[in-house]
Design a protein around this ligand. Structure first.
Ligand code: ADP
Length: 543
């Protein structure tokens, strides 16, 4: 399949519409200005998001307009990194922040478990650096450290010889996850101090999975030769805190009972229901030099999320030349078998400005994300004559079953698709195809999907909470008209959501000029790391 670039003008769009019709008569291949576009169909042997895509070769150079004086060496120790081991926003944040700091002149490495599910072809120059032993539960576990480059960032992969990190997915393998991350946290420090004598300025840990590293650092490794590093912990989401027994913590080589007090790793939340349990996140908070709870807003990596160059898009576009977005919508509608003018009536030139707004919701299917509002949106969008695609992954069996039921009910129809999986490729195409991106979270520390949606010209419809309230401003709020860039609702009830969707649909259908204005405006919003990486750099210096 050939993909082509974004120089489509309006006339090219019309010409290609004619070509679409001709192609439908011939088969399904058509010339569209530059190159050849093959329209997908649900009956394709390989779904359109699983085709071979050219490799992106993303380099860090794009942010290079700012260089910091006194550059630091930062090692991120993390359970996720986009795109090779991504489950949600954590993966995006680590990769985006690391690339931003690299390009500002810092030295940055990422240390990641070598999950069995990582696709090795996405790692450049993968080589074994060393084999060493790291402590776990009375044994020294033979461990291999690899080096490779992902999205321009040097990555060190830690692979224990036991069962840890084996399985089809990043999380949920048939090993004890808490113990695996305790092992990983120690194995990273062991690698720095014992194996390579690396003394970074900053060890930046994320979430509960690496919450024990600050304890291990200050109580074991700092007494050995690892003297220089300072520790930063970023909490992306407080919901999970790594509940841990004293015995489990002792498996890392620390004496678990030492940490069983409120000034160390006992947390108010565990006291309530399980007094003898520790919280790795609480321990991490106490033992880190600085803790970031989204006081610093996230950014998005504007190279990886760029509709003008995105390797996954059938047609590229940007705020100056937005026409390609319509092709992306038509492409996705065709590929998923959603109603589109072209497929409804093969006898006239397809009107790819078809008037059904397409709403997408790309999310982990967990209560935080407003599950009842997501499932209600399906019904309401259908009633309004719109289309909706949900790309979601559930980890809870009950949620999975509920959404499977909804998928069964709707997926054969013309306007709703519920796709229960994780697909980075499809997510890119959906953002590009969408008229609106729905984010009805109950709480949302920052939220990336509204920002990515905006960059791809999808107007956000969000609940007013956390980072969503910081980045989306309602079109009908007269007091803030300059910033207005989407539709916002406050309640967690269905009526509040309906009202925001109704208003968005009215703009889409009845005020096309204003709608096009919003699209242009959201695409111009700068939510890049350029804005926020500097705040992290200041923090690194301050400690
Ligand atoms: P969270 O970190 O709570 O999951 P964010 O909005 O911060 O939420 O980040 C979500 C990230 O994960 C976005 O990049 C989004 O595109 C991606 N994502 C979520 N679910 C899926 C999925 N099922 N398939 C592909 N990407 C997904």
């Amino acid at each position: 399949m050939h993909f082509h670039t974004s120089q489509n003008s309006q006339s090219c769009l019309l010409a290609s519409s004619v070509a679409v019709l001709q192609a439908e008569k011939r088969g399904s291949s058509t010339g569209v200005g530059v190159g050849e576009l093959i329209w997908p169909s649900p009956s394709d042997g390989t779904p359109f998001w699983k085709k071979d895509f050219p490799s992106s070769g993303v380099s860090p150079e794009v942010f290079a307009d700012v260089k910091d004086s006194d550059p630091k060496h930062i090692i991120h120790v993390t359970a996720e990194m986009a795109p090779i081991a991504k489950v949600g926003g954590l993966g995006d944040v680590v990769t985006g922040l690391a690339r931003a700091c690299l390009s500002r002149g810092h030295t940055v490495d990422i240390m990641l478990p070598f999950y069995e599910c990582i696709q090795k072809q996405h790692i450049k120059d993968l080589t074994v650096i060393t084999k060493y032993n790291s402590y776990h539960d009375g044994n020294w576990v033979p461990t291999t450290a690899y080096r490779g480059v992902v999205s321009g960032i040097p990555v060190i992969f830690i692979e224990p010889s036991n069962l840890f990190f084996k399985g089809q997915y990043v999380y949920g393998g048939s090993y004890n996850e808490l113990e695996a991350y305790l092992f990983f946290s120690r194995a990273c420090l062991e690698w720095m101090q014992q194996v390579t004598s690396t003394q970074p300025d900053i060890i930046h840990v994320h979430e509960w999975q690496t919450g024990a590293l600050p304890l291990l650092y200050w109580d074991i490794y700092h007494h050995l030769s690892l003297k220089k590093p300072r520790i930063v912990l970023t909490i992306h989401n407080m919901e999970h805190y790594g509940e841990c027994s004293k015995e489990q913590l002792s498996k890392s080589g620390l004496e678990g009972s030492v940490y069983a007090s409120i000034d160390k790793a006992v947390d108010d939340r565990t006291i309530g229901h399980n007094p003898e349990r520790l919280s790795l996140l609480k321990g991490g908070i106490v033992y880190s030099n600085a803790v970031v709870y989204f006081g610093i807003l996230n950014g998005i990596d504007i190279t990886m999320w760029n509709p003008a160059t995105d390797i996954f898009l059938p047609v590229k576009f940007n705020d100056q030349k937005p026409e390609g977005k319509k092709f992306c919508k038509y492409y996705v509608q065709r590929g998923l078998g959603l109603a589109s003018e072209g497929t409804q009536d093969g006898n006239h030139v397809p009107d790819i400005t078809y008037k059904a707004p397409l709403v997408v919701c790309i999310t982990r299917l967990v209560p935080q994300k407003g599950l009842h509002l997501i499932s209600h949106a399906i019904k309401h969008i259908e009633e309004l004559g719109g289309q909706m695609v949900i790309l979601g992954k559930a980890s809870d069996v009950r949620v999975q079953t509920e959404f499977e039921g909804l998928a069964k009910l709707h997926n054969q129809g013309p306007c709703i698709r519920i796709l229960l999986m994780f697909s980075d490729e499809l997510s890119h195409m959906l953002y590009a195809a969408a008229d609106m991106v729905l984010v009805p979270s109950i709480y949302e520390p920052c939220g990336l999907t509204q920002m990515i949606g905006m960059r791809y010209g999808a107007v956000p419809v969000v609940r007013k909470t956390g980072g969503l309230a910081d980045t989306v401003f309602d079109m009908d709020d007269q007091s803030n008209h300059n910033k207005a860039n989407g539709f916002v609702f406050e309640g967690i009830d269905e009526g509040s959501l309906n009202c925001a969707l109704d208003r968005a649909f009215t703009y889409f259908r009845e005020k096309p000029d204003e709608w096009n204005g919003i699209i242009k405006k959201v695409m111009e919003v700068d939510n890049s790391w350029n804005n926020t990486a500097g705040k992290y750099v200041e923090l690194y210096h301050s400690i």
